[in-house]
Design a protein around this ligand. Structure first.
Ligand code: C5P
Length: 301
């Protein structure tokens, strides 16, 4: 079956959309012995996406282009997740080629809670699997993805997904299309810090997510807006009050609901329609209007 997120060019290289994600709810069920936390989170892929291109080459190399602010942040992080993904796939793709030039056109803000690095890693796995002809089954790809990062398996699978465990137990969900106003900030937050703050502050687990799942399955967006939730939000807002103020301002401006995504700092606000999302975005500098879940249709064609 053809994948709307991916296209092969005449020269044999593969272009793939790498959608960002938002977390409709993020519940932390508890700390684990391995330093991670057991989660329960509904993740939606967004129409905000990086573009990953992989081309045959003798050696492995990653070039990051796009928004200057984001590329310098990726460089500062040293070895990025795209390279980690390529090396991991190369190990499992025995006998085949393991060289490629990977070009990433960045549009997703870095360290923002939108899964940008994980999206690139997932796209690299899937694009290189095509380029190199690895022929690995989905289960094997998902295992490799889980080793790279907790958000990567759900992004390899694509679509709206409830993730559990560390992020490797995936349940696809049928959801109605929704429109969102995404408000990024000019400072990053780090996931290990956010989870540690949650531990230090007594680790409160949020409400049963069943009503939120019902609301998004049934298309009751008004109800969904009231049920957006993130257990990491209070502990991150305590260190970065501007996140809380922005959330309040979005609600005052008429958003159906607003919540910090992932480990922050980005705040996402649910809108009634595309027009409503665009109106909200117009009132917040740097804000982006996105739809979710996004299939990638038309993005690389
Ligand atoms: O898996 P990933 O590398 O994205 O995780 C980054 C950090 O976020 C982990 O080192 C851990 O501190 C925290 N984390 C967690 N539990 C999860 C996912 C991430 O504690 N399920």
């Amino acid at each position: 079956m053809s994948d709307p997120r991916q296209r092969r060019l005449d020269d044999g290289s593969i272009v793939r959309a790498a959608p960002a994600k938002l977390n409709v709810f993020l519940r932390i069920r508890g700390a684990r012995d391995d330093g991670y936390h057991d989660l329960e989170s509904l993740v939606l892929p967004l129409s905000l996406a990086d573009t990953v291109t992989v081309a045959s080459a003798d050696a492995l190399r990653v070039d990051v282009g796009g928004d200057d602010a984001f590329t310098s942040a990726v460089d500062a992080g040293g070895m990025n997740l795209a390279l980690v993904a390529a090396l991991a796939l190369g190990e499992s793709c025995s006998g085949g080629p393991t060289g490629a030039t990977i070009t990433i056109d960045k549009r997703i803000p870095v360290a923002a809670g939108l899964g940008g690095g994980s999206a690139d890693a997932a796209a690299v796995l899937l694009a290189l699997q095509s380029l190199w002809g690895c022929g690995l089954d989905t289960e094997t790809l998902l295992e490799i993805a889980a080793r790279i990062g907790s958000d990567v398996p759900s992004m390899v699978l694509g679509g709206a997904v409830v993730l559990r465990g560390r992020g490797e137990r995936l349940e696809p969900v049928d959801v109605v299309p929704t429109w969102w106003c995404v408000v990024p900030f000019d400072f990053p937050t780090r996931s290990p810090d956010a989870y540690r703050w949650w531990d230090d502050q007594g680790g409160v687990t949020g409400p049963d997510p069943a009503p939120a799942l019902d609301a998004i399955r049934e298309g009751n967006v008004g109800e969904l807006g009231r049920l957006l939730h993130n257990d990491l939000e209070p502990v991150v807002v305590a260190r970065h009050p501007v996140i809380g103020r922005t959330k309040e301002a979005l609600l005052d401006a008429g958003a159906l609901g607003a919540v910090m995504s992932g480990s922050g700092p980005t705040v996402v606000a649910l809108a009634r329609t595309e027009l409503h999302a665009t109106e909200l975005a117009g009132a917040f500098p740097g804000a982006i209007t996105v739809s979710a879940p996004w299939s990638g249709a038309g993005s690389v064609g």
